[in-house]
Design a protein around this ligand. Structure first.
Ligand code: ADP
Ligand code: MG
Length: 721
């Protein structure tokens, strides 16, 4: 018996085979911490054989963890949990169940509880996490038992509803407004019956009295066996979300109504280039729907445009955008149209491209108008640039903004050198005050202004301009620009000067008349005395006759001078034109003789009456005859032919002089045009004026080196018999 109760017992073949085969690890230690025995299960569990364990044991399990002496003293042995290392190096948790062997040694049945401990640990962590999730979730989480009694309420309940969790526990329907209880009941019941999570929108009551939009999710709580034992509810205040949704909806509505009503065509494409939607304007512009366009794209657009467009669409999908691409295409009705095309990517709030929009605007009309405008502008420019009148546009303040090229040809200024100058820079200072008043009048009355000004030329000379100013107003009626059209009137001015000069001449004539008067009186005396002498003296009768004739001639000429010199006294009377011709011939006879010129009278001999200022008509005839005499330095004949033609008469003066070259014809009648050294160049001009005053006209015909015929046409006056 003694034998059986000592250590040797373990060396018994049968017993040790039994211990070895035990699935549980078995370990025997002596009170001195010697490893006496380990079975196979131990070795499998820890990796250590008996010899190996014997070597490391005191270190492997320190004395304070496994106090063998104390174990021996105690009657009640509780299992001891010790963390050790597996021979591989990973930690394991072992549960040692000690039992005292009948001899002095101590045995242990050892169990590896690493897995159990790990699961427990995990479970604990999950529990902790769940707890903290429930407590800290922004949603209010409530756990209900199947009977709707409350198991747990998260803290956030208070922040959402204003009520404390305890208040809810005592009244589970605390935050449900009247009329919503049934809804809650139905959802709760559904979850319990179907086991499916449901989510619904509803109203909940706040402690402050108002109600708010809430979203509630009910999920079933199941036990290990999968049976539903309650419901977890998550409640969220979605007032803000509802507000944003409403805003979003409104924005969307707005956008949609814009897209629908805009005159630009808008197409949305997905990222594969497929049409998602298009607006009504699309059909209006193209005559096709967007889908039809997609099918007819090659028919509608030139191939070059199609390639370019599809390239741009692909690049838009990748994030580029394109604005106002010019495209021309053919509408469904065959009409050519021009469009401006804009491609832009559409991104979601994360910036990811979700679609692209193609917006096209019909610019056919615009283009046409622009072209027409360009056209008319070009025409207008052509006119202004080629006009000999000076054209200038000035802004409201009087600064030149445009001047025509004629500023160069007429005044000698390069147009660009005038731009920016003020109008007063180039106008004669004496003319400025008048210009100011006219300009003010033009602005206030809106009237067109016309005035003569002296304008500075590039050469430093002054040029007379006749300027016409027109104010151009904007749509509000304010004067925006002035347009000035001016023309050089220097020549006209000179002509006027000339007329004034001829006035002066007539003044001199008047003076001469006075003188003539003074001559006539002594002449009368002389004639009287000569006649007296003639009566008493018989010897030199011939001389006396000559003296008397010559005195009569002087008298005649002087009295003619007297008549001629009163042009300003207009005194129309009925006169026989033939008498005038006769008088003119008498007046010029001696001069004609001097130049070896003869007069030859032809035509009518009857009385031809005209209503005229006799002296003026005489002046005309004298002019014409003098010209004829002067044209024949070597003598010749002047034929004066008077004919009646209906109610007109025609008096032609035909000479045999040098003639007038054709190219000079236009110059005749221009003031100061003369080919003579002592000529005035006034004769024809004054004659022309007089004949016109008498409602007649002039014709001049000339053959070089043969002679000139000047004809005067005058209306005839019929005297009642
Ligand atoms: P003036 O006699 O002072 O030169 P006019 O006006 O009378 O001025 O004439 C202008 C010019 O017309 C003359 O200088 C002359 O060249 C030309 N002319 C006028 N009459 C004749 C004519 N009968 N024959 C040739 N030339 C003429
Ligand atoms: Mg003359």
């Amino acid at each position: 018996m003694d034998f059986t109760m000592n250590r040797m017992f373990m060396q018994d073949e049968y017993f040790s085979a039994f211990l070895h085969a035990l699935p549980e690890a078995f370990l025997v230690l002596s009170e001195q911490r010697e490893v006496l025995y380990v079975n196979q299960a131990w070795t499998k569990m820890t990796g250590y054989t008996q010899e190996e364990l014997a070597r490391v044991f005191p270190m492997y399990i320190p004395e304070e963890k496994l106090h063998l002496y104390k174990l021996k003293q105690e009657k009640q042995h509780l299992p001891i949990e010790i963390s050790v290392m597996h021979k591989n190096g990973h930690p394991i948790i072992l549960l040692f169940r000690p039992f005292l062997l009948p001899w002095e040694d101590i045995g242990f049945v050892v169990k590896d509880i690493t897995k159990e401990r790990r699961i427990e640990q995990k479970l604990y962590e999950v529990k902790q996490q769940l707890h903290s999730f429930v407590q800290h979730s922004n949603d209010s989480i409530t756990l209900f038992a199947k009977d709707y009694s409350i198991i747990n309420v998260s803290k956030s309940f208070e922040s959402i509803t204003g009520f404390r969790p305890e208040e809810l526990i005592s009244d589970p329907n605390l935050v449900i407004p009247e009329g919503y209880v049934d809804q809650r009941k139905i959802h709760f019941k559904t979850v319990l019956e179907t086991g499916e999570t449901t989510m619904f929108r509803t109203k909940r009551r706040h402690k402050a009295g108002h109600s708010f939009d809430a979203s509630i999710t009910y999920s079933p709580i199941r036990n290990k066996a999968g049976e539903i034992i309650g419901v977890a509810s998550a409640m969220r205040n979605i007032a803000e979300k509802v507000r944003i949704e409403t805003q979003l909806w409104e924005a969307k509505e707005l956008l949609e109504s814009f897209v629908k009503s805009t005159t630009d065509a808008i197409v949305m494409l997905d990222l594969n280039g497929k049409i998602m939607s298009y607006n009504p304007a699309f059909k209006k512009i193209y005559g096709y729907t967007a889908f039809e366009v997609d099918q007819n794209i090659n028919q509608m657009f030139e191939p070059a445009y199609v390639d370019d467009l599809s390239d741009k669409i692909h690049r838009t999908i990748r994030g580029e955008s394109f604005h106002d691409i010019q495209v021309s295409c053919t509408r469904s009705d065959g009409q050519q149209i021009d469009v401006l095309c804009t491609c832009i990517p559409i991104r979601n709030n994360l910036g990811t491209i979700i679609a692209i929009a193609i917006i096209t605007k019909d610019v056919t009309e615009q283009k046409k108008t622009a072209e027409a405008l360009k056209d008319s502008e070009a025409k207008y420019r052509l006119i202004t640039e080629n006009m000999t009148d000076l054209i200038a546009i000035l802004d409201r303040r009087g600064t030149y903004t445009y001047v025509s090229p004629s500023f160069f040809t007429i005044l000698g200024y390069k147009p660009e050198s005038i731009i920016g100058l003020h109008y007063k820079d180039l106008v004669h200072t004496e003319d400025l005050p008048r210009l100011y008043t006219r300009r003010r009048k033009m602005i206030t009355h809106g009237s067109v202004m016309q005035m003569e000004i002296r304008y500075l030329c590039a050469t430093g000379e002054w040029m007379y301009l006749e300027a016409n100013g027109t104010p151009i107003r904007d749509e509000k009626g304010r004067v925006e620009h002035f347009v000035f059209v001016a023309r050089n009137i220097t020549e006209r001015k000179q002509a006027e000067e000339l007329l004034r000069n001829s006035d002066k001449l007539s003044m001199i004539g008047e003076l001469a008349a006075g003188v003539a008067h003074e001559i006539r009186n002594p002449l009368t005396a002389l004639r009287g005395f000569i006649q007296l002498l003639q009566a008493s003296e018989t010897k030199n009768k011939f001389y006396f006759d000559v003296m008397i004739t010559e005195l009569d001639r002087i008298n005649f000429i002087v009295s003619e001078l007297l008549v001629l010199s009163k042009p300003q006294v207009q005194h129309y009377k009925q006169t026989n034109v033939l008498h005038i011709i006769r008088d003119v011939i008498t007046l010029l006879e001696s001069q004609a003789l001097l130049h070896n010129v003869m007069f030859h009278i032809e035509g009518a001999t009857n009385e031809l009456t005209i209503t005229c200022e006799e002296n003026q008509i005489k002046q005309v005839f004298i002019n014409i005859v003098k010209n004829a005499i002067e044209a024949m330095p070597n003598g010749g004949t002047i034929t004066i032919d008077t004919t009646q033609e209906g109610n007109h008469i025609q008096i032609c003066f035909k000479d045999q002089g040098c003639g007038i070259p054709k190219e000079r014809f236009d110059k005749l009648g221009e003031p100061f045009y003369t080919t003579k050294d002592k000529g005035t160049g006034l004769g024809l001009m004054v004659s022309n004026k007089i004949i016109r005053d008498h409602h007649g006209h002039f014709t001049i015909d000339s053959v070089m080196d043969e002679g000139t015929t000047v004809c005067v046409h005058l209306p005839l006056t019929f005297i009642k018999q």
